[in-house]
Ligand binder design. Structure first.
Ligand SMILES: Cc1cc2nc3c(=O)[nH]c(=O)nc-3n(C[C@H](O)[C@H](O)[C@H](O)COP(=O)(O)OP(=O)(O)OC[C@H]3O[C@@H](n4cnc5c(N)ncnc54)[C@H](O)[C@@H]3O)c2cc1C
Length: 510
């Protein structure tokens, strides 16, 4: 349904032609951040607004000099996939072949203590069909970014400028907002979309300076490893007592695509800054591992944190591993590659890298090496480059807009990840752009308010649900750990209807 519009009398018979306004305006839209929200907003604006405003100019400003290759793999929910499909991104991903991501029918939960299955989070309707035709998909973030960029390249009115780190914002006398970047350049526009992520400079310097990001107390330790394909489904589930059918696994870096065809993809080599981001393994780690006890994605629950394993390519040759663990904020510097002023090592000192590597391995061992399940033990003992991703959030209740600036995605409402936040960033992008297009002659404050009235309640509900789920990853005592295992099947069952509703949500219904 269109916002505040009567249904067209001809709807259902023919598609109404989009008729350009008689005197098209030149609207300059500035987007800060080339992440999921930023690129999706540019694409959605081009679809929704360009037919009415042919002179529309969209510029995305990204602080990095090239697309970041870090971040490992991301899970796309059925809703995220549907929205990426509408934006033209999914077909680009599919064209990447095996690298375009692994189909995920379900996340299989099991006890790392006993190996017992604790249920699953299903991305299908129970008969193997996706929700509204879409399942889950785990894909390397860099692959997703490149697919989104290649769609952007089809739109001459969208350009991306790299190396533009936003520093501050001012307002001009002729009703324009001016963005000032750290390289001393600036840009003026009529509308600014703040898609600059959880630590958003637009939020903290202009829109809502009282709302800094805050550490959740939990972090991800992530890596990817090369692996042979999993055993056939009938033998895929390993009991803790089953004799090992060892497979050879070689550890690699979090950005490794060593067995992937990505390196042959021209657009990939264009954007992939290997020298700055690839970390050489510290040794040539080859180890023997038990096969993973899941088909595509599994989550081992323990009272010392949870361990996710997920293939992230269609040929199941790359396994993404992520431990979700409680780490106090005061200990974070010990695990970070960027040196803090209090660090005992100068910048880029190789000893610092070795110390971080050893500390992260020790963290993994101390939590998971005595697990009952052999695959979990093998992962804990891997000699690989674990990387730390502390998880930050932005508490609900803050301002989302001021003047000509609106915050979208994590900049507005970063929440603890439960494999769904990318979908919320996409929803924001599509819903805001449709609200703008349908109300394009209204003032920006009126448009921002309409958008906020649509988004605020569902986003805050999702935030609270993510917070509850996130609590289950923290350290707990023996008894609480057992209760977590016993109650998990019930928790999954209870949340099933809510999850399914979220996956059926269609931002294009606005
Ligand atoms: C460890 C971890 C795992 C996650 N896993 C999943 C998952 O599996 N599934 C899922 O759906 N979600 C997941 N999420 C959440 C998901 O990554 C985010 O919700 C999503 O990326 C938000 O997109 P965004 O575009 O709003 O922000 P971002 O992806 O953070 O993009 C922000 C962009 O802005 C740029 N930027 C920042 N500051 C400036 C500045 N001052 N000037 C210019 N540019 C700037 C950044 O470089 C970046 O490109 C995870 C999050 C974390 C932390």
């Amino acid at each position: 349904m269109h916002l505040h519009e009567e249904p067209e009398p001809w709807s259902g018979f023919v598609l109404p032609l989009s008729i350009p306004d008689p005197s098209p305006r030149t609207r300059k839209v500035l987007i800060v951040g080339a992440g999921i929200a930023g690129i999706a907003s540019a694409l959605a604006l081009a679809h929704e607004l360009k037919p009415h405003e042919p002179n529309l100019q969209i510029t995305i400003f990204e602080r990095h000099d090239v697309l970041s290759t870090s971040g490992g793999a991301i899970n796309l929910t059925p809703a995220a996939q549907r929205h990426l499909d509408r934006l033209g991104v999914l077909s680009k991903l599919d064209r990447q072949g095996a690298d375009g991501g692994a189909d995920v029918n379900e996340i299989e939960l099991f006890s790392s203590r006993s190996g017992r299955s604790l249920g699953s989070i299903d991305f299908t309707d129970g008969n193997g069909n996706g929700v509204n035709g879409y399942k889950g998909r785990r894909v390397m973030r860099i692959v997703l970014s490149l697919a989104m960029l290649s769609v952007v390249e089809r739109h001459p009115n969208i350009r991306i400028l790299y190396g533009k780190k936003l520093a501050r914002v001012t307002e001009s006398h002729d009703d324009q907002t001016i963005l000032h970047f750290e390289d001393k350049t600036s840009a003026a526009g009529d509308l600014v979309l703040g898609c600059d992520g959880v630590h958003s400079a637009l939020r903290t310097t202009y829109v809502d300076s009282d709302r800094p990001s805050e550490y959740t107390g939990l972090s991800f330790l992530q890596t990817t490893i090369d692996t042979p394909p999993p055993p056939p489904p009938s033998s895929a589930r390993t009991s803790t007592s089953r004799p090992s059918t060892s497979t050879s696994i070689s550890g690699s870096t979090h950005t490794s695509t060593s067995r992937s065809s990505l390196r042959q993809t021209p657009s990939f080599t264009t954007h992939f800054n290997r020298s700055s981001s690839n970390i050489r393994p510290l040794s040539e780690p080859t180890t023997h591992m038990h096969p993973p006890p899941f088909h595509t994605t599994g989550l081992a629950l323990s009272r010392h944190g949870d361990l996710l394993g997920s293939y992230c390519d269609r040929s199941h040759s790359t396994l993404f591993l992520a431990a979700m663990v409680q780490i106090p904020e005061s200990l974070l510097p010990r695990y970070r590659l960027d040196t803090s002023p209090s660090s005992q090592y100068p910048n880029n000192d190789p000893r610092h890298r070795l110390a971080v590597h050893a500390a992260l391995q020790e963290e993994m061992r101390s939590r998971f090496a005595d697990a009952g399940h052999p695959w979990v033990r093998d992962v804990a003992n891997l000699n690989t480059n674990w990387m730390l991703y502390p998880v930050y959030q932005v508490r609900p209740g803050g301002k989302w807009w001021r003047g000509q600036i609106v915050l979208l995605g994590d900049a507005a409402h970063a929440m603890p990840p439960r494999d769904e936040s990318a979908a919320y960033a996409l929803d924001d992008a599509i819903m805001f752009c449709r609200t703008l297009a349908h109300n394009r002659d209204e003032s920006l404050p009126a448009i921002f308010s309409k958008y906020e009235s649509l988004r605020r309640a569902p986003v805050e509900e999702a935030f609270n649900a993510a917070g509850r789920m996130w609590q289950t990853h923290r350290d707990m005592g023996f008894l609480e750990g057992r209760v977590k295992e016993w109650t998990m099947p019930w928790v999954l069952w209870k949340n099933r209807a809510v999850r399914n509703a979220a996956w059926k949500f269609d931002a294009y219904d606005v």
